[in-house]
Design a protein around this ligand. Structure first.
Ligand SMILES: [Zn+2]
Length: 163
C-alpha cells in the first residue's frame, strides 16, 4: 500500500544558506558627480529644478512634481537640521563590510543647507547624548574615500546656541 509524501513526513525542513549576490548599479552622470565631489573635495551637491527651483540631494535626472529634466548642479552646505530621527536597534549585515552592523545607532533625516528635500544618514552623538528634531548637524567625512555614501562617515551635532 502506498502512502502520500505528506503522510510519510508531515513536517517541512528548512535549509539555511547565505546568498552572495554581487551587483553593479549605474548611478548616472549626476550621481557620479555627486560621489566624485564628496571624494575629491568633500562637497555635497544638489540639483535645481528649472521650473519650481527646488534643490534635490542627491542629484537626480527629473523633478518628480514638474516632470522636467534638471541639469543645474549646486553646492550645498555641509550642515543641516534634523527633521526626523530614530534609534535603530535592528541588526543587519552591512553591505560594505559584510559584518553585522553594531546596534543601536541613530539614523536621521536631515535638511541640508540649500536643499529642499531630506538626506538620510547616520548621526553620531557623544555617549549618553541623543539626537533630536531641530538639532543642527554637520557632515564628518571618512579619511579614506572611495566614491561611496560611506565617504560621509556620519553627521555630528553642532553645539546648541546659548539662549
Ligand atoms: Zn520642479
Amino acid at each position: 500500500m502506498e502512502t502520500r509524501a505528506s503522510e510519510r513526513n508531515p513536517s517541512l525542513l528548512a535549509m539555511e544558506e547565505i546568498a552572495h549576490m554581487p551587483y553593479h548599479w549605474a548611478i548616472g552622470l549626476d550621481g557620479s558627480k555627486f560621489f566624485q565631489e564628496i571624494k575629491e573635495r568633500e562637497v555635497l551637491l544638489g540639483i535645481r529644478c528649472p521650473k519650481c527651483r527646488k534643490v534635490y540631494v542627491p542629484p537626480r535626472l527629473l523633478c518628480g512634481p514638474c516632470f522636467v529634466k534638471m541639469d543645474e548642479l549646486v553646492e550645498l552646505g555641509k550642515e543641516g537640521v534634523i527633521q526626523a530621527v530614530t534609534l535603530v536597534n535592528y541588526p543587519f549585515i552591512d553591505p560594505d563590510t559584510g559584518d553585522r552592523r553594531p546596534v543601536p545607532y541613530i539614523y536621521g533625516y536631515i535638511k541640508l543647507d540649500g536643499a529642499d528635500n531630506l538626506f538620510s544618514h547616520i548621526v553620531k552623538t557623544p555617549p549618553g547624548v541623543s539626537a533630536q528634531v531641530g538639532d543642527r548637524v554637520r557632515a564628518v567625512f571618512s579619511r579614506e574615500k572611495k566614491g561611496r555614501i560611506q565617504d560621509i562617515a556620519f553627521f555630528e551635532p553642532l553645539p546648541k546656541p546659548k539662549p
